[in-house]
Design a protein around this ligand. Structure first.
Ligand code: AMP
Length: 425
């Protein structure tokens, strides 16, 4: 098959690495891609917001299957447009992608179908929102309804912080994304990311991961898109996984089907494992980033037939195999991220780093220029490794990091610390 991946980050590099290895793949393209992805696929400069241009490219290059990485094109209906043009595409329709695109939609669906989640209300006006804050007290969580590139959630510790989040969001600080907000109960527990592959009617559990959202060691500093991850999540055993499928994923699929917008694609559930069991924090309508990087290292089976089965509604008797070994990824970011940072700084030592046993380096934001690899984003590299234990995967990843010469970059030095602590017990 000729396959086109849409996206430009570490998630897409990991998908490209896995898909390039499939015997089903004839020619692999990625739009727009990056310098690392260019090793696995032919990169093409397409604007993903221009659906007509993507469709025209697919036609002239006889693309059989399109795999959509990021949420923005999904929420903009790229799968609907591709399918309407007779091109098979992996991912949810625009209506199904509301599970990520509207927090209020997901909260209402959860409430209606008895899916465990934080208690909440939806607001479009300041006065009732603030009255709700005062009635419920802190800590409390304020969320923009729409896509806000990771800036749409404030976990407020006191009333002043909560009120200023309401002012910021309803005052237009996040544009349209914050025109409506959800205010919800603070959940106490340990987080985990749970991934299921769905075909509209059936879901199969993939595996689990945990990520580190804060920028600095010790889980301190500002929130980011994710500074590292490891898989599996030690707080989700088989019984917990079955419970998440039964209580959260399956009722969601059933509800979406009943509403006439069956969910196909990867359903990524952000969970809080509380004293009362797993609760849904949010859904994403796509593979996680950087979780996909560790998932792909652990996936033994061919990914392409699984993605096709999701699109074709054929997951019922499908089975995916995983390596038992854990995997871990360390994100290297440009200094200043998640705030302002420089682009175009030179990265060296990648070949030596890639030679460490068990290591794969995925590029998240790079470009190649005159034979050099340059940083071209906030999150730039995902230095990933598999090992017999989380500790070994961690040691391998950091050995590779130490071989990378990039004075303008930084990373956390404690990715996986919780899992390593657990291994010692
Ligand atoms: P989200 O974008 O909804 O995943 O939220 C970003 C982060 O905010 C999550 O990963 C959690 O760490 C935190 N968060 C979101 N909702 C809650 C909640 N109800 N209780 C506690 N923490 C939350």
């Amino acid at each position: 098959m000729n396959i086109l991946i849409l996206g430009a980050g570490g998630r897409e590099h990991a998908l490209a690495w896995k898909i390039a290895a499939s015997p089903l793949t004839e020619k692999l393209y990625c739009a727009p891609g990056n310098a690392g992805i260019a090793r696995e696929a032919t990169c093409v400069a397409l604007d993903l917001a221009d659906h007509a241009a993507v469709i025209a490219f697919c036609r002239s290059n006889r693309i059989d299957f399109v795999i959509v990485g990021p949420e923005a094109p999904l929420c903009a209906g790229i799968v609907d447009d591709l399918e309407a043009s007779g091109i098979k595409a992996f991912g949810p329709s625009r209506a199904a992608a509301r599970l990520e695109g509207s927090k209020g939609f997901t909260k209402d669906l959860s409430r209606k179908n008895g899916i465990p989640t934080a208690a909440y209300e939806r607001f479009t006006a300041m006065a009732p929102a603030k009255a709700y804050l005062r009635a419920h007290g802190t800590p409390i969580v304020i969320k923009a309804d729409g896509l806000a590139a990771g800036k749409g959630v404030v976990v407020a510790q006191d009333l002043a912080e909560a009120e200023s989040a309401v002012d910021m969001m309803l005052g237009g600080g996040l544009g349209d994304a914050g025109g409506e907000i959800v205010i919800e109960e603070f959940l106490d527990g340990e987080e985990a990311s749970f991934f299921a592959l769905c075909d509209g009617a059936t879901a199969i559990a993939l595996t689990t991961a945990q990520d580190h959202k804060r920028a600095y060691d010790g889980d301190k500093g500002p929130n980011t898109g994710g500074m590292g991850a490891y898989s599996p999540a030690p707080n989700i055993d088989e019984a917990m996984s079955a419970r998440v499928m039964r209580a959260i994923v399956e009722p969601t699929l059933k509800a979406m089907q009943a509403m006439g917008c069956p969910y196909k694609g990867v359903l990524y559930a952000g969970l809080m494992i509380t004293a009362d069991g797993p609760k849904l924090i949010e859904y994403n309508a796509r593979f996680g980033d950087p979780e996909t990087q560790v998932l792909m290292l652990r996936l033994k089976s061919d990914l392409v037939p699984a993605l096709l089965a999701s699109r074709d509604g054929m997951l019922k008797s499908f089975d995916l195999r995983w390596y038992d070994e854990p995997a871990l990824t360390v994100v290297m970011a440009a200094k200043g991220y998640p705030g302002a940072y420089a682009r175009g700084t030179v990265i060296e030592g990648l070949d030596a780093a890639g030679k460490v046993e068990g290591v794969e380096i995925f590029h998240a934001g790079t470009k190649a220029e005159r034979g050099k690899i340059l940083a071209n984003g906030g999150r730039v590299l995902d230095v990933s490794a598999i090992g017999k234990t989380v500790r070994e995967a961690q040691a391998r990843a950091y050995e590779a990091v130490s071989r990378i010469r990039w004075s303008e970059g930084f990373c956390r030095h404690d990715i996986g610390w919780r899992a390593v602590e657990r291994e010692k017990m």
